[in-house]
Design a protein around this ligand. Structure first.
Ligand code: 4AD
Ligand code: MG
Length: 462
């Protein structure tokens, strides 16, 4: 008999019919007359209750039905008398696919901590919490493609292996086929890359932006959506060494257009998740964060504050608040500062613009004041920076000057500079950290809990 997914089983039209469900056992309880099994197949947060009339089954048959076992049940779907569920299945036939020895199955007991489950990342998707989180993740990924597709953007695939350090932070993972035991050196004692796979030094990309700009100045509007890698040793609840980023880049957009796009985009994604992953978000709201749904509704119903960095620093200086890191004009803001502005001062998301050029990347458009650049960071409650972006410097001479000031090796940049030599245009873009968006939408507090297999310092198992 064809299987019905549990997400589809609560359809009132199915009541009275014969159905077949397959899944993993969450719990079994009951007595010698009747046994109840809660079954989940991952298609929804909801379990289906299966009722075994022990006049039809014997104890031995049900013995392997322990938490985590995989089974197939055929029976009649009936309205349920029990509270909290609309339907249940009266079992006729049982097939056991795989047992899960309760003595050793790691998820036998309920109520494990998130830390414990992080050590069991290979199994944690079977829990209610992680099932919900990863369904929300998938729904958000779809929303992102839908948003850009509806607006005529093209999805551009940018390379993962690259020569250039877009953000200039030097936090790249090197990619090499050179023998590490015997690294070839030239006469100056420097590593000789001529025998390396690409004949030069390469690394995993920190951002698809530079190639994205090539796409935008040809196709008009593009977005990337792929993994990016950063070897920064920041062991925080908001940093991963491998994370996913969405980077739209649009020809002819200025910084205001860029802010409008970012605000529309992030609101669209949150709305889409609320409408299409409601049960999961409700579950996370009830279990972890009673203010979650209210916070999400709040963010989409309010206009984001738009504020120059200089004004933001003034507010922080005048706040009278004791921060761990000092604030002054020129300081790179820490998440405590960002969250003060968002959570305490304005009580809604803030787009901070026009940062000092020293703390931002080389490609940002320089303002007339000679001190600031047309940067924009979108700051969110609980998260801090969720988006970073800017209008780009489209003037060849100014861009080249900045590249030289920062000692960025010119030979690596000729292809990027060509966009400014041939048909240069004003253009803008930004990067959204996908996991930071998922943190916000799920209310989870550690970024390791919103990516299936987190990569962080000293952690690359599974
Ligand atoms: O601010 P970032 O470094 O900007 C860029 O990479 C630009 N090239 C984007 C662009 O203009 N096209 O990173 C963008 C976003 C951050 O706002 C943050 O949400 C996320 O990426 N992010 C990280 N997320 C998880 N772990 C990390 N280590 C992250 N670093 C940045
Ligand atoms: Mg940034």
């Amino acid at each position: 008999m064809k299987r019905t997914k549990i997400v589809d089983i609560f359809d009132p039209a199915l009541i009275g019919s014969e159905v077949c469900v397959k899944g993993w056992v969450r719990t079994r309880r009951g007595n010698k007359h009747v046994q109840f099994v809660a079954l989940n197949d991952g298609s929804t947060i909801k379990n289906i209750q299966i009722v075994f009339d022990m006049a039809k089954f014997d104890d031995e048959q049900l013995k392997p039905i322990t938490t985590g076992a995989a089974i197939c049940v055929t029976g009649r779907l009936v309205e349920s008398m029990g509270k909290g569920q609309s339907a249940e299945i009266q079992a006729d036939k049982l097939e056991i696919y795989g047992t899960a020895d309760p003595e050793v199955y790691p998820l036998q007991k309920k109520g494990h901590t998130l830390e414990f489950l992080r050590e069991k990342a290979h199994l944690r998707m079977r829990t209610n919490t992680f099932g919900a989180v990863f369904r929300v993740r998938s729904v958000l990924a779809y929303a992102i493609h839908k948003f850009f597709n509806e607006r005529g953007f093209f999805y551009l695939h940018t390379p993962l292996i690259t020569e250039s350090d877009c953000e200039g932070a030097g936090a790249m993972f090197q990619v090499t086929t050179l023998p590490l035991k015997e690294i070839p050196k030239d006469e100056n004692g420097e590593v000789d890359y001529t025998g390396d796979f690409f004949g030069k030094q390469t690394a995993l990309t920190v951002s698809g932006q530079l190639e994205g700009e090539l796409g935008a100045t040809a196709l008009g509007g593009i977005y990337t959506f792929g993994p990016t890698f950063r070897a920064e040793n920041s062991n925080t609840p908001r940093h991963l060494a491998e994370f996913w980023m969405i980077e739209p880049e649009v020809a002819f957009n200025d910084i205001t257009d860029n802010m409008d796009l970012a605000e529309d985009f992030i609101k669209y994604c949150i709305r889409y998740a609320l409408d299409n992953a409601r049960d999961d978000i409700q579950f996370l709201n009830d279990m972890y964060d009673k203010d979650l749904i209210e916070r999400l509704e709040n963010v989409i119903s309010q206009e984001f504050v738009r504020l120059p960095y200089t004004e933001g620093v003034k507010i922080l200086e005048q706040s009278g608040k004791k921060f761990e890191f000092p604030v002054y004009w020129g300081a790179d803001l820490q998440s405590e500062h960002e969250r003060y502005l968002v959570e305490e001062h304005f009580k809604r998301p803030v787009i901070l613009t026009d940062y000092p050029k020293e703390i931002k990347a080389f490609y940002m458009k320089q303002n007339e004041d000679g001190k600031t650049v047309r940067a924009m960071d979108v700051l969110f409650p609980k998260i801090g920076e969720i988006i970073g972006g800017s209008e780009r410097e489209e003037n060849y001479d100014k861009l080249l000057q900045r590249i030289e000031e920062l000692n960025i090796p010119m030979k690596d940049m000729w292809w990027y500079l060509d966009t400014r030599r041939f048909g240069t245009v004003p253009h803008s873009g930004f990067g959204l950290g996908f996991e930071r968006l998922i943190l916000f939408v799920t209310g989870m507090t550690n970024i390791r809990d919103v990516i299936p297999f987190p990569r962080t310092p000293n952690n690359a198992e599974f």
